[in-house]
Each structure stands twice: as C-alpha cells, then as structure tokens.
Ligand binder design. Structure first.
Ligand code: GLY
Ligand code: MN
Ligand code: MN
Length: 367
C-alpha cells in the first residue's frame, strides 16, 4: 500500500478534489511521524489527480525527507517567509482551479495556515472535512490496540504506586507530583494530557487542576483522571477514591456512577449506535436520586488523540464496529462538595467489548 492510499480512499469516497493535511493525529497516522504545530506552517495538499505537494519549513527537512513523500516539496527558510513556498505549491496544482473542492481538517488547521493556502489556490472552495479525514484513525489495528493496552498497563502501575503514598495532609499538587514521577518510572513515553488530581470540592469540577493550597482531608473524594502515552497511544483513565473514610451518602453516590459505568461495559457491542450506549448509561444516572448532578456525555473515541471519534453521545447514530476504541466515563458532580467519575477505555470486539483498563472499580478508601 502506498503512503497516500488512505487519503486517496477518502478522496474517492467523498468526491473532494483534494485534501490538505497539517501536523496532528491524522498526519501521524498517515505518515508515521508528527511535527510541531508552531509559527512555521507545514501543509500537505493531496489532489485526486496529479502529484501531491508539501510546504515544509526548511529546518524540518531532515525529519521530513525520510517520510518518502511521493510529491514535490517546497521548503522555505525563516529569512524568506513561507508565502513564496505556498505560491509555488499553488502554481504546481493547476487542477485545483475554479469549482475545485478542497477538504481541510477544521479542528487542526489554523487561520494563518488556511489564509496562506487560500491565497495560493484563490479559485478553489474549502470545506471542513475533519470527520471524513479522521476516519483513517477510526478502526485500530491489532498493533495499535496493543500499544494502547501497554499505555494503560503502565498507567495503572503508576496509579497503584501513587495510592500507596497518598496521605491525609498532602496537597493535591504533591499527589500530582508523585503521579507524574510514577508514570515515567512505569515506562510511559509521555503524558496523554496534564493529569487531573482533584480532592473534595475540586472533584466536582470535571476538568479541575491540582491546587498547591488545598490540603487533602479525611472524608474527601480524590479523583484521578490521567494517562500515560506509549508509542503515541494515549491512556485516559479515571478512578475516584475516598480518603480515610466514606459517608453513606457518598457511598450511594459512588455506587450510582459505578452502576452506570457497568451498564456501559455490559451492553456495548458491534452494531449498536453510540447514541444507544450513551442513552443506556445516562438513564442509570437520570433514574437515580442523583440525576441533578450529571454534567456530560458517556465518552469519546481514544487513540492518537485523547478525544476523537466516535463520540459516545445521544444523537450520534454512528454504529460501533470491531476495532473502535472509546471511553465509558459517567460522572456525577455535587458542586462545592464532591465528584465521582469512573472511566474505562474499551475496544469493540466481534461480539462485545473488552475493557483495556482493568484497575479495580469497587469503592476503595485510601490513606
Ligand atoms: N471527562 C468528561 C468529558 O470530557 O466529557
Ligand atoms: Mn479522562
Ligand atoms: Mn476521557
């Protein structure tokens, strides 16, 4: 298979005349390497007919050349600026004239990349084809599933090592520092994202940041949402614990989220829509005494990006298919008091799902 075969398959399916790519998860999946998104644009245009072109900052040429890009490369140096390279690339694509439709990654391409491309191809029409282009990442290969499994295994080792060290009286930041050290000690290549380590009222914010001035106290919920990266694949795990002791009310709160998480893992199977999964999980929360504390959908696809397709959300009629990976992460959030989320990463198999996350989910009191 040639390097650009997945792009040509999308061009054939969508009827687009060209696809423009910028660094990011799709680029990484197609070319096997990613580049920094910085002030220097790097853009590739793959037309349906004729040769592709690449506009590449000259300082990246040493990294770009080994990709084996099968087209013309227009590199540019800092002192000359990028517009000349864009104009030469545009002149090399006469087939993208009036009426040509070019699909771009709407969630990745920046305004200045876009404006330069528009200037170089002034008669073409541009459209957001992010979802179509991202289908290159929708079905994971066995090797990709194993990379994520390993990212998760190492992340779970780091979580258990962290829990052994948590004590009442530590700040959230201190616990975060322990977790970061343990993730690298466990052999993760990097972080999937800045971890969330949130205690007490902070756990009620779904995307909280660890505080240097909050001391963890007995009775607090302690929520970890974190992940290590391995071979570019990102673990995304949430577990919530209680420190010292747990009240009956918090126990019931926790058990409700656990029941919703279990429902998602139990029912998901190929052929089901993402909407049906979210609906079943949400109903467990909505039919409970804690319905008022629900804040978000069930989950999202996971892979080279931490949030990607398929979104596990009511209204998304996309069907689950073997090889898709997504999260099941119901949560409940009592503002100013406590929050609980339990997040698993699952892969769709021929008959159901397998949870790649295996860290125990039963309520656990630590410290
Ligand atoms: N972690 C919850 C969400 O981003 O939907
Ligand atoms: Mn998460
Ligand atoms: Mn998630």
């Amino acid at each position: 298979m040639t390097l650009l075969a997945p792009v040509h398959a999308i061009l054939a399916r969508t009827g687009l005349d060209a696809i423009a790519l910028v660094p990011g998860a799709n680029f990484l999946r197609i070319f096997g390497k990613d580049f920094h998104q910085m002030e220097r644009p790097l853009v590739i245009v793959v037309p349906r007919t004729g040769s592709p072109v690449a506009i590449v900052p000259n300082l990246e040429m040493g990294s770009f050349a080994p990709l084996g890009f099968p087209g013309e490369v227009f590199d540019w140096r800092d002192e000359e600026g990028f517009m000349g390279a864009f104009m030469k690339a545009g002149a090399a694509l006469p087939q993208l004239g009036k009426g040509a439709r070019i699909g771009v990654e709407g969630q990745r391409m920046r305004v200045f990349d876009f404006q330069a491309l528009q200037k170089a191809l002034p008669h073409a029409a541009f459209e957001d084809a992010h979802a179509e282009i991202s289908t290159v990442r929708l079905h994971k290969t066995p090797a990709e599933i194993e990379a994520l499994r390993e990212a998760i295994r190492r992340s779970e080792v780091a979580l258990e090592a962290t829990l052994q060290q948590v004590k009442v009286g530590m700040t959230e930041k201190q616990v975060e520092a322990i977790l970061l050290g343990e993730l690298f000690r466990a052999g993760c290549d990097g972080l999937s994202f800045d971890p969330i380590v949130a205690a007490g009222d902070n756990a009620a914010k779904p995307h909280a940041s660890a505080r240097a001035d909050y001391v963890i106290k007995a009775g607090d919920a302690l929520l970890f949402d974190f992940g290590g990266r391995y071979r570019h694949f990102n673990a995304d795990i949430t577990r919530t614990f209680f420190v010292g002791h747990v009240s009956d009310h918090d126990r019931a709160f926790y058990e409700t989220v656990l029941a919703a998480n279990a429902k998602g893992r139990e029912i998901s199977r190929p052929g089901m829509t993402a909407s049906e999964v979210d609906d079943a999980v949400c109903k467990v929360l909505e039919n409970s005494q804690f319905a008022a504390f629900k804040r978000h959908k069930t989950g999202h696809g996971l892979g080279l990006d931490v949030h990607e397709a398929p979104q596990i959300m009511r209204g998304n009629m996309a069907k689950l298919e073997p090889g898709m990976i997504f999260t099941i992460e119901p949560g409940l959030y009592r503002d100013g008091e406590a929050g609980v989320r339990i997040e698993d990463d699952v892969v769709v198999t021929e008959t159901g799902i397998e949870s790649l996350t295996t860290f125990p989910r039963d309520l656990r009191v630590i410290g």
